[in-house]
Design a protein. Structure first.
Lengths: 108, 147
């Protein structure tokens, strides 16, 4: 499933989608970024409540397919601009992390 | 932009200053490194390993040492990363290498770091890692990624 298809089916809000045709290859959830850095892998969707610029660095270095901000985590505008610049798909949902993952599990 | 010097015909050398006061800009050296290695045409797997190791190193220097210098040597079949800082040094390297052990302050955890994964990740993603450190003087870490 592509990021665009997921967004439509899950009803996620789009903050930035420079690469909607990117294929999603699994999911990783977590908020401790170094932990995520060591364990997430390329192509995964990354569910987190962290909204600082380092989230984009992790997404970019690991080549993740998208970042999904759960729990209605508020993303500062510079993060959204930076995500667009770095080619990172950034989505948002009001669902808590667990429910977000359940939904992803049922759709993917 | 980093300073680039051709050491000789075989090796490309880049030097990045890692700003210790700007936590949110940490990662610039690794993002630029990724770009450089892509241009050189290295395989994605090697590029990923180099940039992750470098990123963790950058974050460490910002958290613990008020910044430092990251140097990159690109050779034909390997990349060498040298991270040098004049921070407090590492008291117990063996302990610091354990997953989950961290001396990072609490405010760092609120940014998503301090999981005690930095050094272990650097080791995991590289083919060789050497730590030279002296308490009160600083730390030099040399990492090698074979291509």
């Amino acid at each position: 499933m592509t990021v665009r298809e997921l967004t439509e089916q899950a009803g996620f809000r789009v903050l930035s989608m420079p690469d909607g045709e990117r294929e999603i290859e699994g999911v990783y959830a977590g908020d401790l970024l170094s932990w995520v850095m060591g364990r997430a892998s390329e192509g995964q969707a990354f569910v987190t409540i962290m909204t600082n610029i380092n989230v984009l660095a992790v997404a970019s270095l690991l080549d993740l397919s998208c970042v999904i901000l759960s729990e209605d985590a508020e993303a500062p505008s510079e993060i959204i601009v930076s995500a667009e610049e770095k080619g990172i798909n950034l989505l948002k949902t009001e669902l808590p992390t667990y429910e977000t993952c359940l939904l992803l599990g049922s759709l993917l | 932009m980093p300073k680039v010097t051709a050491v000789n015909n075989e090796i490309l050398y880049y030097r990045f200053d890692v700003d210790g006061d700007n936590f949110t800009s940490a990662g610039e050296a690794s993002v630029q490194t990724k770009r450089i290695l892509r241009r050189v045409g290295f395989p994605p797997e090697a590029i990923k390993r180099v940039s992750i190791a470098m990123y963790e190193g950058e974050i460490n220097m910002v958290i613990h040492a008020s910044g430092g210098v990251a140097e990159l040597y690109i050779e034909e079949d390997r990349v060498v990363i040298v991270l040098t800082d004049h921070g407090p040094g590492i008291e117990n390297v063996e302990l610091a290498m354990q997953e989950g052990y961290s001396t990072a302050p609490d405010n760092i955890r609120s940014l998503g770091f301090g999981a005690g994964m930095g050094l272990p990740n650097m080791k995991r993603y590289t083919d060789g890692m050497e730590i030279e450190t002296k308490v009160g003087e600083g730390t030099k870490i040399t990492m090698t990624v074979n291509v």
